[in-house]
Design a binder for this molecule. Structure first.
Ligand code: NAD
Length: 228
């Protein structure tokens, strides 16, 4: 079976009602990224960080997978599909995708702020200050903040380097190191980039731009790939 790697960003969930932040003037739902999604934000004002992610979690719980998430599941009929998502929502899993790697963590989980291996599902009513891990440290959202290491990057790079086809959906490709994955795909393979604002990349060989929204561009490409 041929291997397809699909790299997704906030744009694939936009039509499920979850906003990207670059589409709203650098603010993420009216919060400044520096105030809620960095290690120094956590040091300065952990309550605000916890509140921000509790709201994101509530929004994600209400959202439903859209036609783009569902189309990617259909690809599994004919291909070995690995999703690599920058999103912290769980819409790929809820659509039914089997192999999903979250580069930037998962909003439905929390972890110890001292030992990153201690990961737990977040309780239904959200995370609270004073919720501690078994080792006694405050639980934090299980997400990768700006300026933090991306522990899943080596796995993502390995999958990408073995791909026969690469599909990139709904990402501005400005957040590194995720954006750098494109360079790790084998030079000759076909690469598709679906995003209404996709910009050409002269350094990437064999890149086909599909300047469409995810719910149109992804199902159309999936149909084509299934016909092949
Ligand atoms: P980004 O905000 O930098 O870029 C979003 C991209 O989506 C843009 O290129 C835009 O043109 C495109 N887009 C907008 N609507 C679209 C649609 N309907 N169909 C296809 N594409 C569309 O997002 P990013 O590059 O993913 O990186 C931002 C970071 O923010 C990520 O690390 C992610 O963790 C986080 N984030 C996550 C969520 C989520 O989990 N749903 C939402 C917002 C931000």
């Amino acid at each position: 079976m041929k291997k397809i790697v699909v790299l997704t960003g906030a744009g694939i969930s936009a039509e499920s009602g979850l906003k990207t932040f670059r589409d709203s003037d650098g603010l993420w739902e009216n919060y400044r990224i520096e105030d809620v999604a960095t290690p120094s934000a956590w040091e300065k004002n952990p309550s605000l960080v916890v509140e921000f992610y509790n709201i994101r979690r509530q929004q994600a719980l209400k959202a439903k997978p859209n036609a783009a998430h569902s189309a990617l599941v259909k690809l599994e009929k004919k291909y070995d599909v690995q999703i690599i998502t920058q999103n912290i929502d769980d819409l790929h899993e809820r659509a039914g995708s089997k192999n999903v790697l979250h580069l930037h963590g998962e909003i439905m989980k929390c972890r110890s702020s001292k030992d990153s291996d201690l990961v737990f599902p977040t309780k239904n009513d959200g995370l609270k200050m004073g919720d501690i891990c078994p080792k006694g440290s405050q639980l934090r959202p299980h997400v990768v903040w700006f300026g933090e290491m991306v522990p899943e990057l080596p796995h993502a790079a390995e999958f990408t380097s073995q791909a026969d086809i690469l599909i990139v959906v709904g990402t501005s490709l400005v957040v590194y190191p995720a954006a750098g994955l494109l360079d790790m795909a084998p030079h000759p393979i076909r690469k598709y980039y679906i995003d209404p604002n996709a910009q050409p990349r002269n350094n990437i060989n064999n890149l086909h731009i599909i300047a469409e929204k995810a719910t149109k561009g992804v199902p159309e490409l999936v149909e084509k790939l299934l016909e092949k």
